[in-house]
Ligand binder design. Structure first.
Ligand SMILES: *[C@@H]1O[C@H](CO)[C@@H](O)[C@H](O)[C@H]1NC(C)=O
Ligand SMILES: *[C@@H]1O[C@H](CO)[C@@H](O)[C@H](O)[C@H]1NC(C)=O
Ligand SMILES: *[C@@H]1O[C@H](CO)[C@@H](O)[C@H](O)[C@H]1NC(C)=O
Ligand SMILES: *[C@@H]1O[C@H](CO)[C@@H](O)[C@H](O)[C@H]1NC(C)=O
Ligand SMILES: *[C@@H]1O[C@H](CO)[C@@H](O)[C@H](O)[C@H]1NC(C)=O
Ligand SMILES: *[C@@H]1O[C@H](CO)[C@@H](O)[C@H](O)[C@H]1NC(C)=O
Length: 449
C-alpha cells in the first residue's frame, strides 16, 4: 500500500488518504486525520467533526427514482465500516420490504434484528418502524423535482406499471393529456403513476387535488418525523447537511453515482408538460416545493459559503477516489451488458432504458479492488451480500464464538463474487407467499465454507 497508485497520497492529499487505508495501514499515513480536520476549517468549521460521536441509528426512506440508490450505497458502506447492523428484508419480500405493502416488523429478517440502519425500499410506517429501530433513530428521506421524476418513472416502469403500458406509443404526452383514461388507482403498480413520493411516505396518493388541507397536514407530519429531507437536484449539498446532522466525516459521504440512465434514454420534456405533471402529482409537487424551501433554509443556517466549500472538498475527494479506483482516469459508465463482472450489472427495468454501471479495471491492487467494489455495487447484489455476511455473524454470535468481522467480509467478497454471478433479473412480485417473520436466508445467497 505504500507504493503504487496511492503512494503519493500522504504528500499530496493527506486528509483524504486515511479513509482509504484500513486500521492496520493507517499508521503509514499518520497525518491523514489531522489534515482532514484542517480541511474542515475551510468548511463549516463551527461544528468541528469528531467532536461528537457519529450518529449511527438511521432510517433512510428510500424513495423511487431520486438518487436514493446512491444514498443507500453510502449507508451500506458506512454500516460495514462501523460494524453496524442493517435491517434486511425476509426472503419472501425480495430485496425490498414487501413494497408496496405498508412496512411491518415481520418483514425484517431475523438475522438482522436490533438494527442500526434500515434503507431498503419500503412504504413508510412510523409505528411499525419504531418497533424495530432504536429510540434515538434519525429519519431521513430524499425528494426529487416532480416533473423530471415523473419522466424518469414513466420510462423506467414503462413495462411494469399497467397505467403506463396502456398508453399508445408509450407517449408521455398522451398519458398526461388524459391520465384518468389509463390510470387505475387500485392496480398493484399504480403508485408509480401518481404521487409516488407521497405513497412511499405512507400517504394517500389519490387524495383529491382540491384538498389542500390534506397536503398541508401531510407535509406537517413528514416534517415532524424526518430530521432531514434531502433534495436530489442538490445531492452534494444534501450530503453536507447529512454530514452535519450525523456528525460524520467527509469520507463517510463519498460516493460514485449509481443506477443512472444513459443520456439517450432520457427524454426532454416538451413545453407545458412539467405543469401537467405537477397538476397530476399535486401532492408530490406540494411536498417538493415545501421541502425544497426548508432545505435552502437549512443550507443558509449552515452558511452557503461553507456549504459550497465542503461541496468542493467532496468533489475533489471524489475525483481522487475515481482515479484510484478506476486505474488513473475517470471511468466511463457502461451499459450493463458490457460489464464483465455480473455482480456489478445493475437491474434493467426494460429494453427501453439502459441503466448504466461500472466495471473495475483488473490491473489495480487487490486492496483497491475490495474497497472500490463496494462503491459501484448495485443495490441487489449489495443487499444479498450484506444479508449473507450478517447472517454469518448472527450465527457465530449465536454460537457465542468470537468473530473477526472485517476478515469475514473481505473473505466473503473474495470467495463469493467470482463464484456467484447470478444477479436477480426481476423485482419481487406483489409479495406472494409472504411468510411473516420467517427468518430463512435467501436460497440464492451463496454458502461460504
Ligand atoms: C466489529 O465487531 C467485531 C465483532 O463484534 C469486533 O470484534 C470488532 O472490534 C468490531 N470493529 C469495530 C470497528 O467496531
Ligand atoms: C402501521 O403499522 C402499525 C403497527 O404495526 C399497524 O397497526 C398499522 O395498521 C400500520 N399502518 C398501515 C397503514 O398499514
Ligand atoms: C431509549 O432507549 C434506551 C435504552 O433502551 C433507554 O434507556 C431510554 O430511556 C430510552 N429513551 C427514551 C426517550 O425512550
Ligand atoms: C401513435 O403512433 C402512430 C404512428 O406513428 C400515430 O398514427 C398515432 O396517432 C399515435 N397515437 C397517439 C395517441 O399518439
Ligand atoms: C429550490 O429552491 C431554491 C431556493 O428557493 C430555488 O432557487 C430553486 O429553483 C428550487 N429548485 C427547484 C428545482 O424547484
Ligand atoms: C491500468 O490500465 C489502464 C489501461 O491500460 C491504465 O491507463 C492505468 O494506468 C493502469 N492502472 C494501473 C494502476 O496500473
Amino acid at each position: 500500500m505504500a507504493s503504487g497508485p496511492f503512494g503519493s497520497m500522504c504528500a499530496a492529499g493527506a486528509w483524504f488518504a486515511w479513509w482509504f487505508l484500513n486500521v492496520a495501514n493507517w499508521r503509514l499515513c499518520p497525518y491523514g486525520r489531522v489534515s482532514n480536520m484542517e480541511a474542515f476549517h475551510f468548511g463549516c468549521s463551527h461544528q468541528s467533526p469528531g467532536a461528537k460521536p457519529k450518529h449511527t441509528n438511521i432510517v433512510f426512506l428510500k424513495t423511487h427514482k431520486t438518487a436514493s440508490t446512491t444514498m443507500q450505497n453510502i449507508l451500506f458502506r458506512f454500516a460495514e465500516l462501523n460494524n453496524l447492523t442493517v435491517a434486511m428484508p425476509v426472503q419472501a419480500c425480495g430485496h425490498q420490504f414487501c413494497y408496496p405493502r405498508s412496512f411491518s416488523s415481520h418483514f425484517v429478517h431475523l438475522h438482522t434484528l436490533r438494527p442500526n440502519l434500515i434503507t431498503n425500499h419500503m412504504r413508510f410506517n412510523k409505528t411499525a418502524l419504531q418497533r424495530v429501530m432504536p429510540n434515538d433513530t434519525i429519519y431521513i428521506t430524499i425528494l426529487r423535482e416532480p416533473a423530471s421524476m415523473f419522466e424518469s418513472l414513466f420510462t423506467y416502469y414503462s413495462r411494469h406499471c399497467m397505467s403506463f403500458r396502456r398508453v399508445p406509443n408509450g407517449s408521455l404526452e398522451a398519458f398526461l393529456a388524459e391520465p384518468l383514461r389509463y390510470y387505475r388507482p387500485q392496480e398493484i403498480e399504480s403508485m408509480y403513476a401518481r404521487n409516488t413520493l407521497t405513497f412511499d411516505l405512507g400517504g394517500d396518493k389519490d387524495n383529491s387535488i382540491k384538498d389542500l388541507a390534506y397536503a398541508q397536514n401531510f407535509v406537517a407530519d413528514v416534517e415532524k418525523v424526518f430530521s432531514l429531507v434531502m433534495i436530489s437536484e442538490y445531492f452534494d449539498e444534501s450530503l453536507i447537511l447529512l454530514r452535519h446532522l450525523l456528525s460524520w466525516d467527509l469520507e463517510d459521504i463519498l460516493y460514485v453515482k449509481l443506477n443512472m440512465r444513459t443520456e439517450s434514454s432520457k427524454k426532454r420534456l416538451s413545453p407545458g408538460l412539467p405543469e401537467k405533471i405537477r397538476a397530476w402529482n399535486s401532492i408530490d409537487a406540494y411536498l417538493y416545493d415545501y421541502f425544497n424551501t426548508s432545505f435552502w433554509d437549512k443550507l443558509s443556517d449552515l452558511g452557503l459559503d461553507c456549504v459550497a466549500k465542503e461541496v468542493q472538498l467532496l468533489r475533489q475527494a471524489q475525483e481522487r477516489l475515481m482515479r484510484s479506483c478506476f486505474g488513473g482516469k475517470m471511468p466511463l459508465p457502461r451499459p450493463a451488458a458490457e460489464i464483465k463482472n455480473k455482480d456489478l450489472r445493475p437491474w434493467q427495468p426494460s429494453d427501453k432504458v439502459d441503466i448504466v454501471g461500472y466495471d473495475l479495471p483488473v490491473n489495480i491492487s487487490r486492496e483497491a479492488q475490495e474497497h472500490c467494489l463496494k462503491y459501484i455495487m448495485p443495490e441487489i447484489s449489495y443487499t444479498r451480500i450484506l444479508l449473507h455476511s450478517q447472517s454469518l455473524q448472527h450465527r457465530r454470535s449465536y454460537q457465542n464464538r468470537p468473530v473477526q468481522k472485517s476478515h469475514t467480509l473481505q473473505q466473503h467478497i473474495r470467495t463469493t463474487l467470482p463464484r456467484h454471478s447470478q444477479v436477480h433479473r426481476s423485482q419481487p412480485g406483489p409479495s406472494v407467499g409472504q411468510s411473516p417473520g420467517s427468518g430463512t436466508e435467501s436460497k440464492s445467497t451463496p454458502k461460504q465454507s
